[in-house]
Design a protein around this ligand. Structure first.
Ligand SMILES: Nc1nc2c(ncn2[C@@H]2O[C@H](COP(=O)(O)OP(=O)(O)OP(=O)(O)O)[C@@H](O)[C@H]2O)c(=O)[nH]1
Ligand SMILES: [Mg+2]
Length: 229
């Protein structure tokens, strides 16, 4: 496969315990893959570790000032120079083994490939309940706006054709909750069902391998606000 057509966008915030292993996996298994790390001033060794890999196709965007997962993803898409990109967490919750399947679907003509969680392991009950409620509201919002229906709208793991994504972002900049966690939902709010070819691939979502979660109450508040934009 031609991994050179693909950029893996990895947003990072204090992922020193995971980043080395993830980069090693990507570089060893997907020859020529491009990697863009978007780091929001991690206080730990994340950036130093990434730089130490000396991998020619690795870009590191070191952001200072503005922060947030959604704007990190947008900056990563802008910086990626390839035909396709994928966005994945840097903590191994999104299995990198699935990347060839995503690339195959993009190569076959999908504008967007959503990775659908079939099972969520290791989440406490309250997080599962919040997630189900949020998903219900998000789907309701998307059906009202005639947006494409996907079976895991809250997924943080997806791939897309870059020109399609850039167009969709720039036609609806106000729909994005800059410090939110739900880029995919925000993107879909501005897309019409008839205008897009969506693919879906199932996977098992594991608990974070190492390091700490960054999600908290402010992210939940931002999600509720984003239902109305
Ligand atoms: N650049 C950037 N990356 C972030 C930010 N917040 C989180 N991340 C990264 O985005 C990914 C998702 O964040 P997580 O804290 O794992 O969120 P989550 O997967 O919903 O939560 P857990 O299930 O508890 O891991 C990880 O790779 C984080 O390092 C941010 O504000 N800026
Ligand atoms: Mg995570």
């Amino acid at each position: 496969m031609e991994f050179g057509k693909l950029t893996a966008i990895l947003p990072t915030l204090n992922e020193e315990e995971n980043i080395s292993q993830l980069l090693d996996f990507l570089i060893a298994n997907y020859p020529g893959i491009n990697i863009t790390i978007v780091d929001d001033s991690s206080a730990d060794a994340t950036v130093r570790i990434a730089k130490s890999k000396n991998y020619a196709n690795l870009k590191i965007l070191e952001r200072t000032g503005t922060r947030g997962l959604t704007t990190s993803i947008i900056d990563g898409i802008n910086a990626a120079g390839t035909e396709f990109f994928i966005v994945m967490d840097s903590d191994f919750q999104h299995p990198p083994e699935k990347i060839p399947e995503i690339l195959r679907a993009l190569d076959a003509g999908a504008d967007l490939v959503v990775m659908r969680r079939t099972e969520v392991r290791d989440w406490p009950a309250h997080r599962k309940i919040i997630s189900l409620g949020a998903e219900f509201l998000a789907n309701l919002r998307l059906s009202i706006s005639g947006s494409p229906k996907v079976s895991d709208v809250m997924s943080g793991y997806f791939g897309a054709r870059r020109d399609w994504a850039l167009r969709s972002i720039s036609s609806n900049p106000k729909r994005f909750e800059p410090q939110g966690y739900k880029f995919l939902f925000d993107l879909l709010k501005g897309v019409k069902k008839s205008s897009i070819k969506v693919g879906e691939i199932a996977y098992v979502f594991n608990g974070r391998m190492r390091g700490k979660s960054k999600i908290g109450l402010p992210h939940i508040f931002r999600f509720f606000r984003s239902l109305f934009s």
